[in-house]
Design a protein around this ligand. Structure first.
Ligand SMILES: [Zn+2]
Ligand SMILES: [Zn+2]
Length: 250
């Protein structure tokens, strides 16, 4: 028997211990979430009080101090929300919670489809791997359980393996304070000018891997050379230079 686990599919991860783990995680991070909401609210109030003033893009040279502060804050936010990053450490720190609880395991050989640098990859995964023994709140955690999504991922995987090119390296989220296309702070267009808003506005172009803001990556385009036949996020530069998407490496 073979079990396919797609991305963040939470059904496969449901067990008494993973639910218990998730509740503990949410409890630990509740204060961080309230802090982010508070920061967004303060930013909204600030914007509302000076609505008369046109909002200008923030050039990094004028906002170096703010950028440094924002960067430190974003790093801390990413660390705070980095459930995947620290789950291994947590598993080392904490004794297994299954003791005394009903054990639920995924049957058969387990193949996990995940996305790396925008393209699907597959790996056989041991059933006791930490990522299958914990829950993470993700937007796609429900849809990843749908059969049509698994089928679509398998087809995408096939395309990736037959693709001409490898995906580009992605610029890490904490590597830059400004968009690699427009050079402005990531939330220049947003009502919220908070550090948490900047963290949400960071995206990677699937074609070049650069770290870009929302308005600079509003376009969607299939990238056949990477095996991506469905439209995916691309930056304005790649979108306008169609050749960079269609071109294959020689
Ligand atoms: Zn931009
Ligand atoms: Zn690009």
């Amino acid at each position: 028997m073979v079990t396919i686990v797609l991305g963040d599919d939470f059904v496969c991860r449901l067990s008494p211990s993973s639910v218990q783990n998730q509740l503990q995680h949410l409890e630990r991070h509740r204060n961080a979430a309230y802090y982010q909401l508070g920061e967004d609210w303060n930013s909204l109030v600030q914007r509302a009080t000076d609505l008369w003033r046109p909002k200008h893009r923030i050039h990094p040279d004028k906002e170096k101090i703010r950028a440094r502060k924002g960067s430190a804050c974003i790093s801390s936010l990413l660390r705070d929300t980095g459930w995947r990053e620290d789950e291994g450490a947590q598993n080392e720190r904490q004794p297994p919670l299954d003791s005394g609880l009903a054990e639920i395991w995924i049957p058969g050989r387990i193949f996990h489809i995940y996305y790396h640098h925008g393209v699907p990859q597959i790996a056989e995964t041991p059933r006791d791997h930490p990522s299958l023994r914990s829950l993470a709140i993700q937007g796609s955690m429900v849809s990843d359980h749908f059969a049509k999504c698994v089928l679509s991922a398998l087809k995408a995987l096939q395309n990736t393996y037959h693709a001409h090119d490898k995906p580009p390296e992605w610029t890490p989220f904490d590597a830059r304070d400004t968009c690699q296309r427009c050079e402005n702070a990531f939330s220049w267009h947003s009502t919220f000018a908070s550090a948490s808003s900047e963290a949400r506005e960071r995206h990677n172009c699937r074609n070049c891997g650069d770290l870009v803001c929302g308005p600079c990556s509003a376009q969607r385009q299939a990238i056949p050379r990477l095996g991506l036949s469905d439209p995916v996020r691309v930056c304005i530069k790649c979108y306008l230079h169609v050749g960079s998407i269609a071109r294959t490496r020689s």
